[in-house]
Design a protein around this ligand. Sequence first.
Ligand code: M6R
Length: 607
Amino acid sequence: MCGIIGYVGGKKAAPVLLKGLQRLEYRGYDSAGIAVVDGDTIRAVKTRGEVKVLCDKVEKNEPDGIIGIGHTRWATHGAPSDVNSHPHLSADGRFCVVHNGIIENFAELKEDLISHGLPFKSETDSEVIAQLIQYLYNGDMISTLCKVMDRLSGSYAAGILCADSPSTLYAIRKDNPLVIGLGQNENFIASDFAAALEHTHNFVQLNDYEIAQMTARAVTFFDRNGNKVEKTPYRVDWDISLAEKGGYPHFMLKEIYEQPKALHDTLSPRIKGDNIVLDKIEFSPANVNSINRINIVGCGSAYHAGIVGKHFIEKYCRINVSCELASEYIYSNPITDNRTLTIVISQSGETADSLAALRLAKKLGSHTIAIVNVLNSAIAREADDVLYTYAGPEIAVATTKGYTTQVAALFLVGLKIAKVKHIISDARYNELLKELALLPDKVSEILSDTDKIKRYAENYADRKCVFFIGRGTDYAASLEGALKLKEISYIHAEAYAAGELKHGTISLIEEGTITVALVTQQDLYAKMLSNIKAVQSRKGTVLALSSQSNVKVGEQSDGLITIPDCDDDVTPVLTAVILQLFAYYIASKRGCDIDKPRHLAKSVTVE
Ligand code: M6R
């Protein structure tokens, strides 16, 4: 949940670290800090607050030096405060650590280290790493770090400085993301490529229990026993401009506008004539016919994408699909075996609950497919197969293009299985393929005129509660609409299956309550109109979302936003874009910190 960066090279470290932290701020933003080896001492500057507060503090007293580490925090152990901010120094000031993850045995370690005379300053679990290094240090950092890893339990990605080796940066990792960026006479560590992308496109992945030892000119890797490990770099072709706002007021808005491209990049390379080719995933008749159940697992929006996928896959593949929250799946004694296909969805590929679910599914004998956006992320690496969404870097905490590309990828998987099983007619298959290929243009059409969405959003920005209702896939899309609004505007929002409203929730409808009704499924129009009437009879205001050709809904609602006509089965992608904009404009009117909503982090790497 935190972001870490490290630099060793020929430039002044502080500005490089601060810039990197700005790019990592989506991972946590309640405090920040840097430490630089300045002569033969390590100087840390840290503060409660966002990176911009740190920049001001550094400007007044910039540490000099060409090697350093930085951190942006999302507090887990110890409230956000100057003293709990990273980097943490050992008691003798000779070692310094930034850490992302949770040290589960920190309390025992801390007690033990205190009993050996090492005083602690902070309430964090992370400080034990610095103190443990001091305690175990034997003059050789690699063997010391091997011993440190033997003593730590939990998860960590850590950058480490040692005053005795002032030109060397160290890193260790277990279960938390960490990449090594290889530059020209300079090297980096980072929680995510974005932080180093303006310096290099060449990266190496640090695996669990590995150590990186880095100088400006050389990087060496070791396993947990101190043996050297060879690694092959890979290239990340993402353009750095994708990780910048490019004139938009917020990353979220920029990423909403990137959806036509993201959808095109995710769909078009896989649609080859009338064939769907899902990278290296082998959907042979034997494989497909052996599947008797599909479990889709994810968290937050990824879970919502899974619910849309469930509707689609069940409809066309006639296979039982269950969609599970990863955090629940792990403890639910899941019905998963070697005839179950498990699809784990994650934009970041690092979400701890989703990773744990993936590991459990594999252990139970299931074949696993990861639908992931971040190249080489933990979930992508550990799944049996991976289907990347090509959304590019997503910086705003609220996912937009990440979600719609996940839905698109699930449509592809569903159609592919249906085709291999021969249970979809050629005509319907071709129709749906055509509809998928048209999605980027239809999203562009929505984005070309957003005035109406903005007007409604601004009118409703002062409301306390918004309901989202729909049936079938519209209900699935409502879940995502409600999450988007809650997350960035702090308005209470709830998604309800429209037919379920009358079983309790309708008692909350009163004058002033806004209900956003999703009415895109032709076979459900009549039922939805009755649900709209029921809300209006309780003096509630209904804003409907429907297709251009469905005039009746407009006549019977208090407001209407239309989506371009398209096949009912693929509308969740289009409604998602409208609901993202609706949430965005409400949050903007309310003056919220849209890209960095309170209490949240983009990548949730704790269970
Ligand atoms: O990186 P992931 O897709 O695994 O993240 C899962 C959720 O944390 C994420 O979708 C979250 O719900 C978003 N902030 C919602 O906008």
